[in-house]
Design a protein. Sequence first.
Length: 96
Amino acid sequence: MVGWTMYPANALTVTQGTPKVYSSSADGRRHFCPDCGTGLFYVNEKFLPGIVDIQSATYDDPSAVPAQAHIQVAERISWMERVHELPAFDRFPPMP
């Protein structure tokens, strides 16, 4: 699961380094860090003209832009509908 935030493409400025671009489909372009492989943002001019979709976990403060909706649920794995009901752990579950 990945958190995304959408902005006008002209609002994005990369201030350090040059992201690597992967053509993930005929129209989709995924941008990621060439050093560590972290996904950064996604553009698709056919379906989201003028929009950049930024992975919110990459922000200095990801909690600054809280989630507002679930999207792209048409192909959601069935157990994801109730994933919020699973046990939660600060780090890892106890080992047997």
